[in-house]
Design a protein around this ligand. Sequence first.
Ligand code: GSH
Length: 224
Amino acid sequence: MFNRVILMKLYIFDSCPFCVRSRMLVGLKNIDCSLEYLMADDADTPTRMIGKKNVPVLEKDDGSYLGESWEINRYIDGIDGEPLMGEIPNMPKYETWFESFATEYDLLCYPRMLKLNMPELNSEGAREYFISSRKKVMGMTLDEAFAKTEQLQPVIESKLNEITQDVSPDAGSDMNVKFDDFYLFPLLRNLTMVKDLGFPSTLTRYMENLSAATRVPLYLQVAV
Ligand SMILES: N[C@@H](CCC(=O)N[C@@H](CS)C(=O)NCC(=O)O)C(=O)O
C-alpha cells in the first residue's frame, strides 16, 4: 500500500463522471489529495489554473496544474511506481455503448443533480447557471426532463442489460481495477441518482465493490 505523503488537490464537481475517474485512483491508491468542489458557475478559478472552464483539475504538490481526466490519471497512477490502470485506448470499450443512450442518460441525471443539492450547485448563482445551461443542452427544462422519467427508465434498463455479461462483479477486490472500470463506473454511478432504476444484480455488486475500493460513494441512499 502506498504511504508517502503528497499534498495535492483535485478540483471537481461531485456529479462529473470525468472527475470520478480521477477520484477513483486517488481513493484506490490512498493518496493524500484533498477534494475541492468548484461552483458550477465559477469560470475564473479553472481558467486561471488550466486556461479553460473545465474540471477535473489536479493541483500537484509543486503548485502546477494538470487538466484532462486521463492525463490526471496517468500522472497519479505513476506516482507510486505501481501503475494499475493500463494503457489508455483510443476508443474505450464502452464508449459506443454509452453514446447510444447519452441523450436519455442526460435527461435522467441532470434534473436529479439539482434535486440532490450537489456541492457544485450550492449557491444561487451556480443553480441559475446550471438551470439555464442544461436547458440549452437538453432543449427542455429540468422539470420537463424529470417528468419523462417513466418513459426513459426502460430505455436505460435495457442498455444496462446489454453489458451485464461483460462486467466482472469482482472488480475492486485486491486492487483489481482496470481501465474499463475507470470509464464505466463513473457513468453507472450517476444512474444511482435514479430511484427504483432496475439495475441488474451483477451491476449493483460491481458498483458497490468499486465504490468501497475507491471510496467514491454511490447515490443509492438519496436517489429521487
Ligand atoms: N475531456 C475532459 C472533459 C471534462 C468535462 O467535460 N467536464 C465537465 C463537467 S462533467 C466540465 O467541466 N464542463 C464545463 C462546464 O461545466 O462549464 C476530461 O476528460 O477531463
